[in-house]
Every structure is written in structure tokens, then in C-alpha cells.
Write a protein that binds this ligand. Structure first.
Ligand SMILES: Cc1ncc(COP(=O)(O)O)c(C=O)c1O
Length: 405
């Protein structure tokens, strides 16, 4: 069968593949613990559900304007004012099917074939693949000191005549790092000076711990004109635990949004009116669920850190946001794909190999589940890897015997 060269080169999403694997194992009755998950488990805010239900009850479910329904656009404008201290108008907003779709639309709108996009490792798995889907070239910049904070100097060294854009994701998936204010100030200044697009993927920006401040990029932007190349991506998936609603948005100058609307109109017309109505409900309704999720995740992070601290040979940089951490497992294996597979087979714990995020010898562990899952998940991994652990362990009601070194 003839499949396009492009489609053949696009990798399967490793995180979605792992979700599917965990689901199949659970269905088979295996007591799998999923430390690879990328979605909070809290309930969707009630205002989202009520809005959505009343829209459904109206039985008037139609196409919407491509850019989104006015109520949601207004809610996004208010959100941007409240959280970024930035006034934008409806011409600066485009609602899409999740933040992933927003990023896809942005890259389709700004990239020409062979244009390069700088991506800082560790990075979200989808960036390189989406860039490649636009016939662009991802240029991965790895922090040399093995830490998770990018350095402006490393980025500058990788910028060339084909560079079109830089993507920044802070709080960061997979490391949980929040980039320093100094770095954000430097990158904004640098992109403005060089005329580069700066794409800020802020999908986790409210899920931060220990009173750390996530600065608004607009604070550092000198170019307040309609020619600004600053692009913000956000959405309801993570902060409102609304991953299944698939609503994200882009904030950018009117020229970019206008072009993006044409791109979106020809690839999916508009996001579903039911889901947009729900997202408007979440944004305009009572906000206590966001803070409650944040506090739960901070507590989960602390439990995860305590468990990892007592794990011989593992080195973890404490996350300041998101619901992931990225411990260094070099002491056990330099091959994160093989290690993740081994842990799943022997201990029935799902982890995501660091290789997928450009950080070999690490594993991404999520702490968005329950405390029990975190504690038991780490105990099982420890049992499978640490030669000093007891020979036998109970997983559910199964007794497992350690017959490997
Ligand atoms: C950094 C980052 N950006 C974007 C997304 C996509 O978000 P959405 O579910 O709204 O498409 C994710 C989801 O895991 C993510 O981790």
C-alpha cells in the first residue's frame, strides 16, 4: 500500500501508546500502576458540566465561527487579562481542538519547508513530530550541565539563517522545571532582536508549587505593536482536568490569527460547540478546582520526592510545577526504552522512557494519580531494580519472585 513519505516518518505518540498498553493490561486483569499518565484525575468543574448539559438540552448544536464562540473568546480575553496582565481583543484569539491542535495550527501558519524550530530538551514528545509534519526541521538544544534549565547561550549557538521560531514550555513537561525569570527575559529580548517567533506553551502555567512565580512573558516584551511575534498557547486540559474536552487556544497578533483561522477552517471547520460551551463555563465559573488540584499535585510531588529520595542511585531534580518528574536512572540503565519495558514486565508499572523527551537514561514519572499509586509504584520499581530488595513481593494477590540480577 502506498503511504506518503511524511506519514511514514511520523512516530507513533509514545505516551498515547503507553496509555493504550496500560488499558489493555488492566482489562486483562493485570494490576498495572500507571505512572506514565498525562492527565489529572480530579473532576471536571461543575460550571463546565452545567454549561455543556444546557447546551446539549437546547438541541441546537451547529457549526460555530471558525475562531470559536464569542462567549469562549470573551472568557479567554478575560483570562489573559487576569493571568498575563495583557489586554487582547477578539482578533488576537483562536480556539482550537486542544493545545496540541493550537500548536499544529501555529506551526502550519508560520513554517516554510526547511525552516528550523529550536526546541529545548527535555521537550514534550509532540514538538519534533509536529514540526516535521510541516516539513520543518526541529533543532534540539540540550542543556550541557544535565540540568533542566535551558541556557540562552546554548540556544544562540543553534540559531542560524533557517531558524524561524523557538518553542518554550515552562512549567515543563517532562521535567516539571519552571524556567527562571532571567531566562524568560533573555529569550523574549533575543527573539525580538532577531525577529524570531517565540511560542510559549503555557498549558501547565497554573500548576506550580512552593509559591514559585511564572512570569508573564508580556512583562518582558518591548514590542507592543501588532507586528509582535510572541505567541501564547494555553487550554483547559490540564488546569481544569478537562483533557477529554479538547479545547485549547492561541493568543497572537491579528495577522497571525487571521492566517490561522484560514488554516483551521480548512482542516476542521471549528471545535465542537458543546465543548467550547463547557470550556467557557470552566473559565468563567468558580475557580476553586484549579487551586485544589494544584495543592493536591504539590502534595503528590512531595510524596513522590520522599519515595525517590530513598531509592539508591536515583537522582531527581525537584519539580516546581506540572505533575511529572524526570529522575536520572543512569545507575541502573542508560537505555530508557529497555528499562521502561523491563519495569512494566517485572513490576507492572508504566513509566515513559526519557529518550522520547530527548533525555536518555531518565524515566518520566507522573504523580497525578493517587498517593497509593505513587507509593506502591515506586516500591515496585525499587523492588525490580535494586538488588538489595527482598526476593519476593506481592502485587495484588500475586506473589512475584525475583529471578534476575
Ligand atoms: C507541553 C504540552 N503541551 C501541549 C499539550 C497538549 O494539550 P491538549 O490536551 O490541550 O492538546 C500537552 C499534553 O500533554 C503538553 O504536555
Amino acid at each position: 500500500m502506498s503511504i506518503s513519505q511524511l506519514a511514514r516518518e511520523i512516530k507513533e505518540s509514545p505516551t498515547l501508546a503507553l496509555n493504550e498498553k496500560a488499558r489493555i493490561l488492566r482489562e486483562k486483569g493485570d494490576p498495572v500502576i500507571h505512572l506514565g499518565s498525562g492527565e489529572p484525575k480530579s473532576k471536571v468543574p461543575i460550571d463546565a458540566i452545567l454549561n455543556c448539559a444546557s447546551k446539549l438540552q437546547s438541541a441546537d448544536i451547529r457549526y460555530t465561527p471558525t475562531e470559536g464562540i464569542p462567549a469562549l473568546i470573551k472568557a479567554v480575553i478575560r483570562y489573559t487579562e487576569d493571568n498575563y496582565a495583557k489586554t487582547v481583543g477578539p482578533e488576537n484569539v483562536l480556539v482550537s481542538n486542544g493545545a496540541k491542535h493550537s500548536i499544529y495550527n501555529v506551526l502550519m501558519t508560520i513554517l516554510n519547508p526547511q525552516d528550523e524550530v529550536i526546541v529545548c530538551a527535555p521537550y514534550w514528545v509532540s514538538y519534533p513530530e509536529i514540526i516535521k509534519m510541516m516539513y520543518g526541521v526541529p533543532v534540539i538544544v540540550k542543556p550541557e550541565d544535565g540540568r533542566f534549565q535551558p541556557r540562552i547561550q546554548d540556544i544562540i549557538e543553534n540559531v542560524g539563517s533557517y531558524t524561524k521560531a523557538i518553542i518554550i514550555n515552562s512549567p515543563n513537561n517532562p521535567s516539571g522545571a519552571v524556567y527562571s525569570q532571567d531566562f524568560i527575559a533573555e529569550i523574549v529580548e533575543y527573539c525580538e532582536k532577531k525577529g524570531l517567533y517565540l511560542i510559549m506553551d503555557d498549558i501547565y502555567h497554573k500548576l506550580v508549587f512552593d509559591n514559585v512565580e511564572v512570569p508573564s512573558v508580556f512583562k518582558y516584551a518591548k514590542d507592543k505593536s501588532e507586528a509582535s511575534k510572541l505567541i501564547i498557547i494555553n487550554g483547559v486540559s490540564k488546569m481544569y482536568a478537562m483533557t477529554g474536552f479538547r479545547i485549547g487556544w492561541t493568543i497572537a497578533n491579528a495577522r497571525i490569527i487571521e492566517a490561522m483561522i484560514n488554516v483551521q477552517a480548512q482542516n476542521m471547520s471549528c471545535p465542537s460547540v458543546i465543548l467550547q460551551t463547557a470550556a467557557a463555563g470552566a473559565l468563567l465559573g468558580v475557580q476553586s478546582s484549579v487551586e485544589s488540584l494544584r495543592v493536591t499535585l504539590q502534595n503528590n510531588r512531595d510524596v513522590m520526592m520522599t519515595e525517590l529520595d530513598s531509592f539508591n542511585g536515583i537522582h531527581t531534580i525537584k519539580p516546581q510545577g506540572t505533575f511529572y518528574c524526570l529522575p536520572d536512572f543512569t545507575a541502573y540503565s542508560k537505555d530508557s526504552v529497555a528499562l521502561s519495558k523491563f519495569i512494566l514486565e517485572k513490576a507492572m508499572v508504566v513509566t515513559v522512557p526519557g529518550k522520547e523527551f530527548g533525555m536518555e537514561a531518565h524515566l518520566r514519572l507522573s504523580y497525578c494519580g493517587t498517593i497509593k499509586e505513587i507509593v506502591e509504584g515506586i516500591a515496585r520499581i525499587k523492588w525490580a531494580l535494586d538488588p538489595e530488595s527482598p526476593n519476593e513481593i506481592y502485587i495484588g494477590d500475586r506473589k512475584l519472585r525475583r529471578d534476575w540480577k
